[in-house]
Design a protein around this ligand. Structure first.
Ligand SMILES: Nc1ncnc2c1ncn2[C@@H]1O[C@H](COP(=O)(O)OP(=O)(O)O)[C@@H](O)[C@H]1O
Ligand SMILES: [Mg+2]
Length: 343
């Protein structure tokens, strides 16, 4: 197997809550717990889960914008936080982030030309204005911002949301990244143009063989973008199921993945009506500051078995088909540690 670009090993990330001007006691909240994942060259990994489950935090850790509290981030097999300056700079160029709000990501006083040419000059990829104009035009063509002359001198406020996100995407390509972290890249765009921007990312992924961590709360989007790649399903700061998209989407194993999939409407309304929704035991999502013991999904899980579901956190266990699932339904014979010690 090829050396992964990025690996997360037993990552835990905590934030402190309370104790500010609003008072209340300070509390440490583990928003990510024991995250393990890896992304290999050219691979697509879709990270899906409801809002607040920790997707952006995971993306920021991978992009090196947020250090974890526990665990390791490996870049080419080396600990990110032990890298020398040159290696760290290389990592920064190889991993680019596209986030959901293209307006916030662009400087309102810069035209498309200055936005895209500045990093080219900074990294000495071009020597003069003529070269820069050519390179900017090339990039604009790559992201379908044409005709070039209509756009190159425009400011962000003169563009539509979709066009702005195309500028952000173009900028992310300048340094020829090996991995792009796209955090809900179309969630702030009009529904009508979402698909064209996703199709653009998909095309770039294939043409440039760049790896993607594609973050979305929308499983239908993950299904489309993740086709041929891997999917990781996150629930309250943990990965509950991860594996090839075909397996996870077509034959979900974790009750949470099943519930998410049953909630996707089908293109054919009759099929949607025929879908039996999963009956969750509770519709309330627990608060991260008061996580249920055991499997954090157990208070809502339709397949709740009792016993260890409510007392011992299930590990992600590899299944015969290669995917990994954290659920006791699929861990026959496995005695959780705590039960072994309590005799
Ligand atoms: N800087 C921060 N300080 C405190 N809490 C944070 C911070 N960033 C995120 N959180 C909390 O961490 C949890 C996960 O957030 P996030 O990673 O943004 O989730 P998602 O992207 O899946 O919606 C949320 O409960 C959020 O409120
Ligand atoms: Mg987010």
């Amino acid at each position: 197997m090829r050396q992964p670009i990025i690996e997360l090993k037993d990552i835990t990330k905590s934030f402190t809550k309370g104790g500010g001007i609003l008072g209340g006691s300070r509390q440490q909240i583990d928003v990510l717990r024991n995250i393990n994942l890896s992304i290999s060259p050219g691979e697509v990994l879709c990270l899906v889960g409801e809002s607040g489950c920790g997707k952006t935090t995971t993306g920021k850790i991978i992009a090196g914008l947020l250090p974890p509290n526990l665990g390791q981030v490996l870049y080419n097999g080396q600990d990110l936080y032990q890298l020398g300056d040159t290696e760290f700079a290389k990592y920064r160029r190889s991993v680019q982030l596209i986030h959901q709000d293209p307006y916030a990501a662009l400087n309102p006083t810069h035209t498309i030309y200055s936005t895209l040419s500045a990093p080219m000059f900074r990294h000495r990829l071009v020597r003069n204005k003529r070269e820069a104009v050519n390179r900017v035009a090339e990039l604009m063509e790559t992201v379908d911002l044409t005709p070039i002359e209509d756009f190159i001198e425009k400011y962000p406020h003169q563009l539509s949301g979709g066009q702005r996100q195309r500028v952000v995407i173009a900028r992310s390509l300048i340094l020829e990244p090996r991995l792009i972290v796209a955090d809900e890249p179309v969630s702030m765009l009009d529904v009508s143009i979402r698909l064209s921007v996703i199709a653009l990312l998909r095309r770039l992924q294939k043409e440039m063989q760049v790896a993607f961590l594609f973050i979305t709360h929308d499983l239908a989007m993950a299904k489309y973008f993740g086709a041929g790649g891997n999917i990781a399903v996150m629930y309250l700061g943990e990965i509950v199921e991860m594996g090839p998209a075909t397996l996870v989407i077509d034959e979900p194993m974790h009750p949470y993945t099943q519930a998410l999939l049953k909630a996707i409407p089908e293109p054919d309304p009759q099929l949607t009506r025929a879908k039996e929704p999963v009956r969750l035991r509770s519709l309330d999502i627990p608060d991260l500051s008061e996580l249920p013991p055991g499997c954090t999904f157990h208070p809502r899980c339709p397949a709740y078995l009792g016993g260890k579901c409510a007392s011992v956190t299930p590990r992600l266990v590899e299944q015969p088909d290669g995917r990994r699932v954290a659920c006791y339904l699929y861990q026959e014979g496995e005695t959780p540690l705590a039960e072994r010690t309590v005799s």
